[in-house]
Design a protein. Structure first.
Length: 298
């Protein structure tokens, strides 16, 4: 999320106050870990840094052909100035404006040949490949931020100011996700491979979509979560707003990868390339971190 918007939202919030995939089970059991301070950062292995015509890049989405889609907010209050850029897996630009004339594109997700983009309290969809505009869904949200999609076409959208998550069905109907928990500062959302929903914000929460049970995940210092991604080896990647990359291991311990100008918005993960993609917001770069030498540790 852009830094300026985070400030506005923080002020607003002050005013308002055994499943499948065994590799993830041990992570899910780690609720409210005792560690109160983060470990010392490890220097990240930077594969490349892309520069050029970015304008407040917010989210990187890895597509099935290993190209990388970047949302550019470009002035949160300026209608029509936002756009999407397309890079190859080495950080070279393919098209700076593969999709143009958006308002404030934030989170993105991909499902069944369709790209979904959050854009000023709407979900815009585009065919892939080709990037042909398909549909627009208006949302009953105060500030829609991030989005994730299930295999059956259900979308989950974070509403940052309201501290909630909206569920949007394939026919466009929406409702608030039933939960006893207020997701304060709701920001990043991502579905785990076993179907549980992870929500980032003031903390990192796991939501069992079958029972509605919510758990806080990770150490107590892990806060203000924007990006959330999953590695096949059972590691959860998270990026705090404006922060480094944090990898939470299956045993609940975590490592922090920083340096090299890393100051993340909503990061992406290209598993086939072993790359974590860091959009740096007002620094107007995308930084690729190479995880090829990492297992549970780097």
């Amino acid at each position: 999320m852009p830094t300026k918007l985070c400030y506005v939202l923080n002020m607003t919030l002050q005013d308002r106050l055994t499943k499948s995939l065994p590799v993830l089970l041990s992570i899910y059991a780690l609720v409210a870990c005792a560690s109160s301070s983060p470990p010392s950062p490890i220097k990240a292995d930077i594969a490349w840094v892309a520069r050029g015509e970015f304008c407040e890049p917010e989210t990187v989405l890895a597509l099935p052909d290993d190209t990388l889609l970047v949302s550019n907010v470009c002035g949160f209050a300026s209608a029509g100035d936002g756009y999407l850029s397309l890079l190859d897996g080495r950080g070279n630009v393919i098209d700076w404006r593969i999709v143009d004339a958006l308002d404030s594109p934030l989170g993105m997700t991909f499902s069944a040949g369709v790209i979904y983009v959050i854009d000023a309290n709407r979900v815009r969809s585009f065919a892939w490949p080709g990037f042909t505009a398909l549909d627009v869904i208006s949302l009953d949200t105060e500030v829609a931020n991030d989005i994730t999609s299930s295999s059956d076409g259900v979308l989950y959208v974070s509403d940052t100011v309201a501290g909630r998550v909206m569920k949007v069905t394939p026919n466009g109907d929406s409702e608030e996700l039933a939960s006893d928990t207020q997701f304060t500062g709701a920001n990043g959302v991502e579905l785990a491979p076993n179907g549980d929903l992870f929500v980032g914000g003031e903390r990192l929460w796991r939501v069992d979509l079958e029972t509605g049970k919510v758990q806080v995940i990770g150490p107590s210092w892990l806060k203000d979560i924007d990006g959330i991604e999953f590695e096949a080896k059972g590691v959860i990647q998270v990026t705090p707003v404006g922060g480094p990359l944090v990898r939470v291991r299956r045993d609940g311990s975590a490592e922090v990868l920083g340096g090299g100008g890393i100051s993340s918005a909503n990061h992406g993960y290209a598993e086939s390339l072993n790359l974590v993609l860091i959009p740096t917001g007002y620094d107007n770069t995308v930084i690729a971190i190479d995880l090829s030498q990492c297992d549970e540790e780097c």
